[in-house]
Ligand binder design. Structure first.
Ligand SMILES: Cc1cc2nc3c(=O)[nH]c(=O)nc-3n(C[C@H](O)[C@H](O)[C@H](O)COP(=O)(O)OP(=O)(O)OC[C@H]3O[C@@H](n4cnc5c(N)ncnc54)[C@H](O)[C@@H]3O)c2cc1C
Length: 565
């Protein structure tokens, strides 16, 4: 028997041969991927926020969606849609102009899921209390899987308030825009049951300053859909060019005006909107963004001539809110990845999650993500109650403040979360590079940082009730946290004098944002998290990197709350 035992032991020590060749080592101390978890059930801040802000009725449905979106095969769709970017054909093989964008099936699967979940329409079709909150929660989970496809979903969603201004167009277009049917075919709208909408404002000479638009609109008289025009010009950025129609800004005889331009004319002919090429983007890769020529494209007027900005602003306001959700989603995914990695990886004798320096970093990242989500859901509740003048005023100021701050925090957050994972976090087969490249985009489009800040201060000067609503909101937390009370008092004093506001815009908006985030944390988050947020964001002097939370905070508790599983 002893003789037999020897060869068996020797066999065990010899490197095993498998079909890939000799194994040189055992793989250990390497985490398993974060898949097959529930994006709703595993997110305490989200569950709390949904209940708090009035969408508790949607919890069961959100949990079902959270399981679907966190499944390995759904998360894989996000990776595939970016590994195989859209391709563009100007003509078919026989030389006919087609302007066809081809997507990987993963992109279509993501679009279908988003549309079937009503991310593009649910508050319009089922406008009950909590409808915007429930949609924000769905979008937040969907955005964690993949951000690029959320762009056309957002634009389709945001088109409704704009189109409602023209009853004829609304009657014809909104039922199919609202339908939970995804139909990616490049055919006239009349042959489809579900439609998507894009937005074409930006030109080469002016993006933020759309008044510089040179695209011209020539009136051609009324047709069955509305006041018809032909558009001639260019648009330098048109995302999601496969949409069925676009809201466009162009110069009509009466000034800058908003239009709806269909991709196909009602008679079935191709509308002469020609896509020149797809942009090569650093992030947002799954989403096609194009440069376009408008060669007499048919379009119907939306809103009065000369009121283009005022008309499209409702759409822009909704897209800005979605940028807040989208960047909050990026932060959630980034910190979930970082925490999940660190709870499995050991270094220098302990799990990374238990190493004090790492725990401080993770807690700091978790606080940022939680505060972003809490503010986003608070504003979703305000959207649900816009008939209330105070809530409406809060949206008008809170959305640009939130868009500015949350989108701007996302890139640094993604970078730090990537570093928590170490070298594998920087590899292309990790989700982190995608989150990192995506992170700056939300800050740039739909009003870049300075533009948001200037909008905030202009809104305050034109409608001082927005500032009253802001202070009513932040003062709802008065007496709960000394740092917040002091912050609000100083801010209030400084906001009395808006002289030279353009130069002070960033400073004032930073402080407005921090006051709002801190007050939402104080009124909604666990006290330990609210305390940590206020002490680190309001009391700390000067700029600091992540992981500099002060002593005496419950860092382990903060990290535990943010752990995805
Ligand atoms: C991926 C992607 C997709 C896009 N898709 C679309 C689309 O589908 N439809 C569409 O219409 N557009 C789209 N855009 C365009 C986007 O909305 C514009 O890039 C954006 O509005 C900024 O315009 P701009 O690029 O012309 O920059 P500019 O307007 O030149 O701004 C450059 C910088 O100057 C700052 N700035 C501007 N004015 C002031 C001021 N008064 N004071 C101080 N600073 C100022 C801005 O904040 C910005 O940082 C897309 C952009 C990207 C990146």
């Amino acid at each position: 028997m002893a003789k037999l035992a020897q060869p068996i032991e020797a066999e065990a020590q010899r490197p095993r041969l498998d079909s890939h060749g000799a194994a040189t080592h055992e793989v250990f101390n390497q985490p398993f991927e974060l898949v097959d978890y529930n994006l709703f059930a595993g997110d305490a801040a989200l569950k709390d926020g949904v209940a708090r802000e009035g969408a508790g009725w949607a919890s069961a449905e959100l949990e079902t969606l959270g399981a679907k979106l966190g499944a390995a095969e759904t998360l894989e769709l996000g990776a595939l849609a970016n590994r195989f970017p859209p391709e563009f054909d100007t003509h078919d093989r026989y030389g006919r102009r087609v302007d066809l964008v081809r997507f990987h099936p993963a992109y279509h699967a993501l679009m279908r899921g988003a549309i079937e979940a009503g991310l593009h329409s649910s508050p319009w079709t089922d406008p009950r209390p909590g409808a915007h909150v429930a949609r924000a929660a769905r979008y937040y989970m969907q955005g964690q899987v993949e951000a690029g496809h959320c762009c056309p979903v957002t634009m389709t969603f945001a088109a409704t308030p704009c189109l409602e201004r023209e009853p004829d167009l609304a009657r014809q277009w909104l039922p199919k825009i609202h339908a939970r049917v995804y139909d990616p075919r490049n055919v006239p709208a009349a042959s489809k049951e579900g439609l998507t909408i894009g937005m074409a404002m930006t030109e080469k000479q002016g993006g933020s300053d759309v008044r510089a638009n040179t695209t011209r609109a020539f009136p051609i008289g009324r047709d069955a859909s509305g006041e018809a025009y032909e558009l001639v010009g260019h648009k330098f950025f048109v995302s999601a060019p496969m949409c069925d129609a676009f809201l466009v800004l162009a110069q009509a005889p009466g000034g800058l005006t908003c239009f709806l331009a269909p991709r196909w004319r009602p008679d079935g002919a191709k509308n002469p909107i020609e896509f020149l090429r797809l942009k090569r983007k650093m992030g947002n890769v799954s989403n096609a963004s194009s440069e376009t020529e408008w060669r007499g494209a048919l379009a119907w007027r939306v809103g009065p001539e000369g009121r283009g900005v005022a008309t499209i602003i409702e759409m822009v306001a909704a897209t800005r809110f979605d940028c807040m959700i989208g960047s909050s989603a990026l932060m959630r995914m980034a910190v979930a990845q970082a925490i999940d990695h660190c709870r499995q990886r050991r270094a220098f004798g302990a799990l990374l999650i238990d190493q004090p320096a790492m725990r401080n970093v993770l807690a700091d990242l978790a606080l940022e993500a939680e505060a972003s989500l809490a503010l986003t859901l608070r504003l979703a509740r305000a959207l649900d109650h816009r008939a209330d003048a105070d809530e409406d005023a809060l949206v008008r100021l809170g959305a640009p403040i939130g868009k500015y701050w949350i989108c701007k925090r996302a890139p640094a957050h993604a970078y730090e979360a990537m570093e928590c994972i170490g070298g594998s976090g920087a590899m292309e087969d990790s989700p982190m590079p995608r989150l990192y490249r995506e992170a700056p985009i939300n800050a740039i489009w739909e009003g870049s940082g300075n533009v948001q800040c200037l909008d905030v201060l202009r809104a305050i000067s034109r409608a001082p009730q927005t500032l009253d609503a802001y202070f009513a909101e932040v003062e709802s937390a008065r007496g709960e946290n000394r740092a917040l009370d002091a912050h609000v008092a100083a801010l209030k004093a400084d906001m009395r004098d808006l002289a030279d506001f353009e130069s002070r815009a960033r400073d004032l908006c930073d402080r407005l944002a921090l006051g709002l985030l801190a007050s939402v944390m104080v009124t909604s988050a666990p006290p330990a998290n609210a305390d940590a947020f206020c002490r680190s964001r309001l009391e700390a002097v000067g700029q600091h990197n992540w992981g500099a939370l002060p002593r005496g905070l419950d860092l382990a508790g903060i990290v535990k709350r943010a752990a995805p599983r």
